[in-house]
Design a binder for this molecule. Structure first.
Ligand code: ACM
Ligand code: ZN
Length: 515
């Protein structure tokens, strides 16, 4: 009788009328692998709910507290003391053998249990709970009893940003990282250098920023354009990302896309210059001279500092779109080809193999420091280094070839993953959603070489961070499901329903997105 009475009371609104409590559901993006709802009594989240966290999960508890505060304005108490009732419990099993990112979320009338195989698993459970909540002024919410069991399809879920063509300050980069976290991404590929600007301080090579971070104008606008990150900013951003279980992969793009470096140190080019930081979109013929011993010294200097700044196991060394015309006529490059006894064959020119020599040298240098390189699919052209990861962008062919050679691959084909292409005609959201990352003919070993999928955001036509967000969202929502959810769980019509709710969260955070 008492129970019935309480149930009636809790169902009555302030002025005595029946008011349904808003309900959460687990229809989030990316869709979890398994959701089992039960008809048992739901959990009621309210301002008396506490967040219990196990030792080591302080940060996760604080994230959950902030997310709930962002969504509905209440500030839940955190506690290290286990609670019987009205509690969200965060537990990490530190199960090293298992998939670290796996979590379960169990709801009954007394508590919500988020259990991760590791702290990052707990983090993804928190993301799911956060995305399940209705976005309202009130935080009295009914959360259905049941169980969510979830883990990602791919271990590599990347998002890239080009900060050379346009520069975005540290605060914007942090917002970008927040957006990646909201979509369960775990890698931020930071394209820090290109023809149009060098954007990272390198202490041993100060001209890279005193000269290389400014172009005199952009496409004839007559306005100087500058910007770079100091090493302090970089460290701060790396930590910010780490806190959200996101690894930053820095990209120093070599040997092409290097005019900003050549303008800073002209002795690194085949002709000796003079060079200027490139002022229009598209690249010049000038690239690092492959026959100049100074080039290797330069690369060692730069990558030594990169390794100190970025703990990432993976370092991206570019390798794309390196024109070979300077090398073909450069005495130093030609002498290097002779010295290395490089000969062209039916598939690759001597100059393509010369590029391979540079890329493999950098790979070996980084391997001694315990790092692994990623390169754009052009690194296949002159032959791969022993452990290089191929980043397939000119379609899927690069990935297929890499995997056939026993190498790992990351997928960003222009057809589905280039978010600089417009979302009305060329790469609309349904096309992104339809991306099939694993070729049907792959066997299980081959499948295991597909590390994952990444969105690329090249910023020639994105002068503002508002525009970047608009191009990224909501296509990233579609790609996040390709990255995380098993194909059997995916359905485009259902995704669109779920996207309505996620868009409300975009609104809440003030993200600019395409409608
Ligand atoms: C690329 O889009 N040049 C990798
Ligand atoms: Zn040369």
């Amino acid at each position: 009788m008492k129970k019935i009475f309480i149930a009636i009371i809790s169902f009555l609104g302030i002025n005595g009328t029946f008011a349904a409590i808003p309900k959460a559901d687990f229809n989030v993006i990316p869709i979890p692998q398994k959701i089992e709802l039960s008809s048992s009594t739901p959990f009621i989240l309210n301002n008396k709910t506490k967040i219990y966290y196990q030792k080591g999960l302080e940060r996760n508890a604080a994230f959950l507290q902030h997310y709930i505060e962002d969504i509905c304005g209440i500030n839940l108490k955190l506690t290290k003391i286990p609670q019987r009732n009205n509690v969200i419990s965060l537990i990490a099993e530190n199960n090293a053998a298992a998939n670290a990112e796996k979590y379960t979320l169990i709801v009954n009338k007394k508590r919500i249990h988020i259990t991760g195989n590791s702290p990052e698993g707990v983090f993804y459970g928190i993301q799911t709970l956060r995305k399940s909540l209705p976005i309202l002024q009130t935080c009295e919410v009914e959360i259905p009893a049941g169980k969510v069991e979830d883990s990602p399809r791919f271990s590599y879920r990347g998002v890239h940003l080009d900060v050379s063509r346009h520069f975005f300050p540290a605060d914007s980069i942090k917002k970008y990282i927040d957006i990646i976290a909201l979509h369960n991404g775990n890698y931020f590929h930071w394209h820090l250098t290109d023809d149009q600007g060098w954007r990272i301080e390198i202490k041993s090579r100060p001209k890279l920023t005193s000269i290389g971070s400014c172009r005199a104008q952009t496409n004839g606008d007559g306005k100087q354009y500058c910007g770079f990150y100091t090493q302090n900013e970089i460290r701060d951003i790396v930590k910010y990302a780490q806190d959200r279980y996101i690894t930053i992969i820095p990209e120093i793009d070599v040997p092409g896309h290097t005019t900003a470096a050549l303008a800073s140190y002209p002795e690194l080019g085949c002709t000796g210059g003079p060079y200027k930081v490139w002022e229009v979109w598209g690249g010049p013929a000038d690239v690092l001279c492959a026959g100049n011993s100074e080039t290797m010294n330069f690369l060692h200097d730069v990558f030594s500092e990169i390794v100190d700044l970025f703990p990432s196991k993976y370092i991206h060394i570019g390798g794309d779109e390196c024109p070979k015309e300077r090398w073909k006529v450069c005495p130093k490059c030609q002498a290097k080809i002779k010295e290395l006894r490089i000969v062209a064959d039916s598939t690759h020119s001597a100059e393509q193999k010369l590029q391979s020599y540079i890329m493999v040298s950098v790979e070996n240098f980084l391997a001694k420091k315990g790092r692994r390189v990623i390169g754009w699919d052009e690194i296949l052209e002159g032959g791969l280094g022993p452990d290089a990861i191929v980043h397939s962008w000119r379609g899927m062919e690069g990935a297929v070839e890499a995997v056939h050679q026993g190498h790992d691959a990351i997928l960003s084909p222009t057809s589905h993953c280039y978010f600089d292409y417009d979302q009305e005609e060329r790469t609309p959201i349904d096309k992104v959603y339809s991306f099939q990352p694993v070729p049907e003919e792959f066997d299980s070993t081959e499948v295991s070489h597909i590390l994952g999928v990444q969105a690329n955001v090249w910023t020639e036509y994105m002068p503002t961070f508002e525009r970047v967000q608009y191009m990224l969202l909501p296509r990233l929502a579609a790609l996040s499901e390709v990255q995380w959810s098993e194909p059997e769980r995916m359905n485009y019509t259902d995704f669109l329903h779920r996207l309505t709710h996620l868009s409300q969260l975009y609104d809440k955070y003030g993200y600019n997105y395409a409608k």
